[in-house]
Design a protein around this ligand. Structure first.
Ligand code: BGC
Length: 355
């Protein structure tokens, strides 16, 4: 079968290759890949800044945002059947207490593996094999948007965790800020609008670009990050902030726009080595005197994929046809390998593996 592989930490090593067809065991499912979404993590892996090949190999099959169709199931599988649309979760557990309780997204030993990212092949291949525990069946009506489920789960988890944390007090959040409206930020904005929050989106994109326009169609307001800093452009105060730019200096400015009792969720994975001088006394004072919370959130376990399916259905009912417009570029595997997804004029690029 055809597969897109990369040699982690070797820039420019992305290539299309042939691999043996995978064969499912009695407890496994054979999935034909339909689409794979490309995100910043894939760009980092391709640029040689992130990612790990399986222990005995030099190359990794890329791709962790997937949509596929079940082709064959092992004799012992009953939770899905040929023809079902499925999205696979990304992370696989180590033996830590959280992983053992189905919460590998909260892994405490750090020896987890991730398909297409860390030590396990991803989904950018014609077929893959998986056990049903890591496959979430999606209704046929979500065929146009289900490839966005994985990036959506990143926002679903962060918002769920924020509300969980805020059970520490009586909390009626009204105003939210989303920093960065790439796919995760935009999906986060949709999620918060669907919950009835007043949402401000902040990004460097020109207001006429598709992302800002989409955000505004859901009733969010848009602030263009030009020369002024965040505190001047979008002063808030905000009850809930999702940081999804991957530009770490913004984290500290964001604290200054938090309302008393507010909560800031950091979602950007930042592989660099940026340094910064910060007004530490003032930030500390704001956090302490305002009971403010800052937390990091990564990955998503199955529970968030199941919630995400319901959220995609909700988005379709609230804004018919809007979610699919996040997919602004469709590529063949060969076009992806040739670097076509790196053009800046899109929201989400998706590689079409089969139909
Ligand atoms: C993926 C997550 C993963 C994280 C860190 C993100 O792009 O969506 O599933 O946990 O990268 O590797």
């Amino acid at each position: 079968m055809k597969a897109v592989v990369v040699r982690p930490h070797v820039p420019g090593s992305l290539r299309l290759t042939e691999l043996p067809d995978p064969v499912p065991g009695p407890r496994e499912v054979l999935v034909r890949t339909l689409e794979v979404g490309i995100c910043g993590t894939d760009a980092d892996i391709t640029a040689g800044q992130y990612g790990w090949a399986p222990p005995d190999r030099e190359e990794l099959v890329l791709g962790h945002e997937s949509l596929g169709v079940v082709e064959r199931v092992g004799i012992a599988v009953s939770s899905c059947a040929p023809g079902d649309l499925v999205v696979a979760t990304v992370r696989r557990p180590d033996g830590c207490p959280n992983c053992r309780h189905g919460e590998s997204d909260m892994c405490s030993w750090g020896r987890y593996r991730e398909r297409g990212i860390k030590e396990l092949d991803g989904f950018l291949a014609e077929h893959y094999v998986e056990v049903p525990e890591y496959l979430v069946v999606v209704p046929p009506a979500l065929r146009p948007t289900a490839v966005l489920l994985e990036p959506l789960t990143i926002a679903v988890k962060a918002v769920f965790q924020a509300f969980k944390i805020q059970e520490r007090l009586h909390w009626e959040p009204r105003r939210a800020l989303v920093l960065g409206i790439g796919p995760v930020g935009l999906l986060g904005a949709l999620l918060l609008r669907a919950r009835g929050l007043e949402v401000t989106a902040y990004d460097r994109q020109d207001p006429a670009e598709p992302g800002p326009r989409l955000a505004q169609e859901t009733g969010a307001s848009y602030r263009h990050a030009e020369d002024a800093d965040l505190v001047t452009t979008a002063p808030g105060p905000y009850d809930l902030i999702l940081e999804a730019t991957g530009f770490s200096p913004l984290d500290f400015q964001a604290v200054e726009t938090l309302a008393p009792n507010g909560v800031l969720a950091l979602l950007g994975v930042t592989g660099g080595d940026r340094r910064l001088q910060i007004p530490s006394d003032r930030l500390n004072q704001d956090l302490v005197l305002g009971n403010r919370v800052v937390f990091g959130s990564v990955n998503a376990n199955r529970r968030y994929f199941e919630r995400g399916v319901a959220d995609l259905e909700r988005f379709a009912a609230l804004w018919p046809g809007l979610t699919e417009r996040l997919i602004t570029r469709r590529l063949s595997p060969a076009e992806f390998v040739a670097g076509e997804s790196r053009r800046e004029d899109h929201i989400k690029a998706v590689v079409e593996v089969s139909r």
